[in-house]
Design a protein around this ligand. Structure first.
Ligand code: ADP
Ligand code: ASP
Ligand code: MG
Length: 458
C-alpha cells in the first residue's frame, strides 16, 4: 500500500497491464480483457496495442508509391476491423464518428506519404492503430462497469526524433507521468497507447515493432508501479516458442536476467527492451494469456527458487553475417575501432562477434518490419576502404538460455552433438553465463530448435 500523491487517499497496489494485438483483436477479445481489469482492481493503467493486423496494414500505408486504389482498400480493411467492434457497443454512432475522423486524417497522411516519403509521416501513420484501439477499449471497459478514461500517452512519453525507433527520455517521462497521469489514477482506470510517443518538436514517434510491451514497462517505472502484467495469447513464457514445437511448456518463474536474454535473442513474447525498466526498478512482471487468465502465467523477478542450467531456447530469424578480412589486422591495433566507427556512423548495432588472426565475423539483427537492408551498399563500400567484406544472409540465430553456462562442462554433448548434421556457421560463448548462441542456415533452424528442445527439456 502507498499513500497516493493526489488527494491524500490510500491506494492499494498499482499494476500496469498491457494487452497485445490478439488480445484486442475484436469485441470478444476486448471484453475478456475488460473483465481481467475489472476482476483485478489493482490494475489502474491499461496499455493497449493496435488490434491484430492493423499495424501491418499501416506499415504498407507508410510506404511510398502506394496507389490511391490500394490505399483506399487498406483503409477500408482497417475500418472493417474497427466497425466490427463498434457494432457491439452502446452509442455506436458517436464512436463511429470518432473513428471516421481518425481515418480521414490517416487517409490524408497516407496520400502525402505516397507522394513524398518522410520518416516523420511514417511514424504519424503507424500511430493510428493504437489511437483507435485505445478509444474502443475504453468504451468496452465502460460497458463492463469500469470507469475508464482514455489518455494520450504522447503527453508523457517523451522521445527523441529517431523515427521508427525513437529513444524515450526516461526522466522527462517520469516527471510528466507523475504530473499528468498519476493524479487520474485515484478514481479512473486510464487506458493508453503502447508503441507511440512524441518528440520535442511535437511530432508523433514510434518505439519499434512490438514496442507496446516496452511502453508498458516504461510507464510502470515512471509511475512506481508494484507490478507489470503482460497479457498476450499464450499462458506465459515457454521453454521455446510454442509455434515451433508442441513440446514447449510454460515456465512458472524465471529471473530477470534469463528473461531479458530470451527477449533479446528473439522470444517474440517480450519486446527486447521490456525488462530494462523493470530491472532498473525491480518491478515484478507477470506474463499470462488474456484468453485463459485463470491458468496463471509466468512470474519474472529478480531472484527465483531454481536456476537450472538449461532454461529455454530462443530463435531469431533473418540474421546477417558480415565477415571483414584484412592482412593489415595482423599485429595491428586500431583496425576494429575503424570498423566499429563506420558501423556506429550508420547506427548499426553489432550482435555477435568472433575473431581470427586476420578476420572478424559480426552479426546483425534484421528487426521485423524494417523495410531497408541494414547492411546496404554504402556501408559495404565504406568498409571496403579498409578491408575485404563478405555479407551472408539466410541465417538464424539459436540461443540456448540458462544459468552458469560459462562454467558448464557438457555443452558439447548436450548441444552440439545433437545438431551434428547441421552446418553451424558461428558460435558465441563465454561472454555471458546466461547464453550460448550459434548461427544455423534458416531452413534448418526449426529442426535444430526441436531437437535441442527434446534433449534439454523433454
Ligand atoms: P502480443 O500481440 O500479445 O504482443 P506477440 O505475438 O508479440 O503477442 O507475442 C506472443 C507470441 O510470442 C506467442 O504467440 C508465441 O508464438 C511467441 N513466442 C516466441 N517465443 C516464445 C516463448 N519462449 N514463450 C512464449 N511465446 C513465445
Ligand atoms: N502495434 C505495434 C506492432 O504491431 C506495437 C505492438 O503491438 O506492440 O508492432
Ligand atoms: Mg508483442
Amino acid at each position: 500500500m502507498y499513500f497516493s500523491a493526489f488527494g491524500g487517499g490510500l491506494m492499494s497496489q498499482l499494476t500496469v497491464a498491457k494487452f497485445g494485438g490478439t488480445s484486442v483483436a475484436d469485441h470478444q477479445a476486448m471484453l475478456r480483457c475488460a473483465n481481467i481489469v475489472k476482476n483485478r482492481p489493482e490494475t489502474r493503467v491499461v496499455v493497449v496495442s493496435a488490434s491484430a493486423g492493423v499495424t501491418n496494414h499501416l506499415v504498407r500505408l507508410s510506404q511510398e508509391n502506394v496507389s490511391t486504389q490500394e490505399r483506399e482498400q487498406i483503409i477500408a480493411e482497417i475500418k472493417a476491423i474497427q466497425v466490427n467492434i463498434i457494432e457491439q457497443l452502446e452509442q455506436p454512432q458517436k464512436l463511429l464518428g470518432q473513428i471516421e475522423a481518425l481515418l480521414t486524417e490517416l487517409a490524408e497522411l497516407a496520400s502525402q506519404q505516397s507522394m513524398q516519403h518522410t520518416g516523420q509521416t511514417a511514424d504519424a501513420i503507424m500511430s493510428f492503430g493504437e489511437q483507435m484501439s485505445s478509444l474502443l477499449f475504453t468504451q468496452v471497459l465502460r460497458s463492463v462497469g469500469v470507469d475508464g478514461e482514455r489518455f494520450d500517452v504522447r503527453d508523457v512519453m517523451a522521445t527523441n526524433s529517431l523515427y521508427g525507433k525513437a529513444v524515450v527520455e526516461v526522466d522527462l517521462l517520469a516527471t510528466q507521468a507523475q504530473q499528468k497521469l498519476l493524479p487520474k489514477l485515484a478514481d479512473k482506470v486510464v487506458v493508453t497507447q503502447g508503441f507511440i510517443g512524441r518528440d520535442g518538436l511535437g511530432n508523433t514517434t514510434t518505439l519499434g515493432r512490438g514496442g507496446s510491451d516496452y511502453s508498458a514497462a516504461l510507464l510502470a517505472e515512471a509511475l512506481n508501479a508494484d507490478n507489470l502484467a503482460i497479457w498476450t495469447d499464450v499462458v506465459g513464457i515457454f521453454t521455446t516458442d510454442p509455434r515451433i514445437t508442441a513440446q514447449a511448456r510454460a515456465i512458472d518463474e524465471i529471473s530477470f536476467g534469463e528473461a531479458a536474454e530470451m527477449a533479446t535473442f528473439g522470444a517474440k513474447i517480450l519486446h527486447p527492451a521490456t525488462l530494462i525498466p523493470a530491472m532498473r526498478c525491480n518491478i515484478p512482471v507477470f506474463v499470462g494469456s488474456s484468453k485463459e487468465p485463470e491458468r496463471g502465467g509466468t512470474r519474472i523477478q529478480q531472484t527465483v527458487a531454481s536456476n537450472p542450467t538449461y532454461r529455454s531456447i530462443a530463435l531469431r530469424r533473418e540474421q546477417t553475417l558480415v565477415t571483414v578480412k584484412s592482412p593489415a589486422m595482423l599485429h595491428a591495433s586500431g583496425f576494429l575501432a575503424k570498423v566499429f566507427a563506420i558501423l556506429a556512423k550508420h547506427e548499426l548495432s553489432v550482435d555477435l562477434i568472433t575473431t581470427s588472426e586476420i578476420s572478424v565475423a559480426l552479426t546483425f539483427d534484421n528487426p521485423t518490419g524494417s523495410t531497408q537492408a541494414l547492411i546496404n551498399s554504402t556501408v559495404v563500400k565504406e568498409l571496403e576502404q579498409l578491408c575485404e567484406v563478405s555479407v551472408e544472409h539466410g541465417l538464424s540465430l539459436v540461443a540456448v538460455i540458462g544459468n552458469n553456462l560459462h562454467q558448464t562442462s557438457d555443452l558439447g554433448e548436450q548441444i552440439f552433438d545433437k545438431v551434428e548434421d547441421t552446418v553451424i556457421r558461428m558460435i558465441c560463448h563465454g561472454a555471458s553465463p546466461n547464453n550460448v548462441c550459434f548461427l544455423v542456415p534458416e531452413q534448418a533452424a526449426n529442426g535444430v530448435v526441436e531437437k535441442l528442445h527434446d534433449t534439454l527439456f523433454v
